[in-house]
Ligand binder design. Structure first.
Ligand SMILES: [Zn+2]
Length: 164
């Protein structure tokens, strides 16, 4: 057993723990929310415009953004939630070639080259389906019970009107 620093609160916790004993942050990979990184592959026909967009959307200075467009492929940002990578990709895709990937803690030049692009549209329907599935099933069940009750009451009313 080794002690590691919790990525959320920074305190020491066992690397075997499922969650941080101090703040409850999930430490097992499966429990962690998926994070994305954006790799700039080609700054496009107007690198100045791409650098300006990077500067506008990320916490980068004009010079840092400029430097990134000069040594592609490069990781421009890490640790984004789905909504953030979606918006950023949307803002950048018209001016440059970039790919959204599953984030890694360390990005070597080889890893940058080999990283498989995530299909964000597909990813979105998958995450939405996952969230919507259970409440929909619940309301469908409630709807089915109410419909059955309605049919039963109408049927019994008609039968009683007919025979009595
Ligand atoms: Zn913690």
């Amino acid at each position: 057993m080794a002690l590691i620093h919790c990525p959320e609160c920074g305190k020491e916790v066992s690397d075997l723990a499922a969650a941080c004993i101090h703040c409850g942050y999930p430490l097992r990979a499966a429990d962690l929310p998926v994070r994305y990184a954006l790799i700039l592959e080609d700054p496009g026909p107007d690198p100045g415009k791409t650098a300006a967009l990077l500067h506008k959307h990320l916490t980068l200075t004009q010079e840092e953004a400029q430097a990134l467009t000069e040594k592609t492929p490069a990781v421009v940002v890490q640790g984004l939630a789905f909504r953030q990578i979606w918006d950023l990709n949307d803002a950048l895709r018209r001016v440059c070639t970039c790919k959204a990937v599953r984030d890694k803690s360390v990005w070597t030049p080889e890893a940058i080259q080999e990283a498989a692009a995530v299909d964000l549209t597909q990813e979105r329907s998958r995450t939405w389906a996952g969230r919507i599935a259970s409440p929909m099933t619940f309301w469908k069940t409630v709807g089915a019970i109410l419909t059955a009750l309605l049919i039963w009451s109408v049927a019994s009313f008609l039968l009683s009107a007919l025979f009595f």
